[in-house]
Design a protein around this ligand. Sequence first.
Ligand code: GRF
Length: 219
Amino acid sequence: MGALKVAVLISGRGSNLQALIDAFGPQVADSPVQIVLVLSNRPAAQGLERAAKAGLKTEIVDHKAFASREDFDVAMDREIRAAGAELVVLAGFMRLLSEGFVNAWRDRMINIHPALLPAFPGLDTHRRALDAGVKLHGCTVHFVRHETDTGPVIAQAAVPVLPGDDEAALAARVLWAEHRLYPLALRLIAEGKVRVEGERAIVDDGAAADAVLINPPLP
Ligand code: GRF
């Protein structure tokens, strides 16, 4: 079986893209994943430099150049298909997607969200987690549905919220987990270990009965 061809969509910093490059980039022998395209809606996205440095194909589809969301999505769709991608990987992509685009890539488009969904969909997740006083926070990789930050959950990572945390400290702890979770989830998909049943993703090898993170910890 050949490597799974993916297009990574970004809007900015691209640290998750970097984690995917480190795990599956051209330098990796026998990678189960091939990044065939890095597409940004923002010409200045730092992630574009990371992609170019790794020798990956990049495209800019600037949303500002399109009259409607639908037109923008059609242009993106064209680039993604031209590159031969089989899966779309959203990595800090900050545009809402039209229903047509989401449906066209149903169960073939994933996103990483910086919270333990269904808690804290949307923006400012770390601020809201701190305000809510939760003791565990984290990140989620999920298939994309039309409603923002919904869809079958593939994998999650939990981190503790510590008493002295501010938004930056908590964000850094979650981001560290994101950089480990996204390559793991993508590998599971590439290896054919993830399937969607109804609105749930079933993951072979996905269960660790002894995995427990308790915060505050047991004495
Ligand atoms: C990450 O926190 C991701 O969960 C969210 O947007 C951020 C992107 O960061 N969707 P980066 O561009 O990957 O560094």
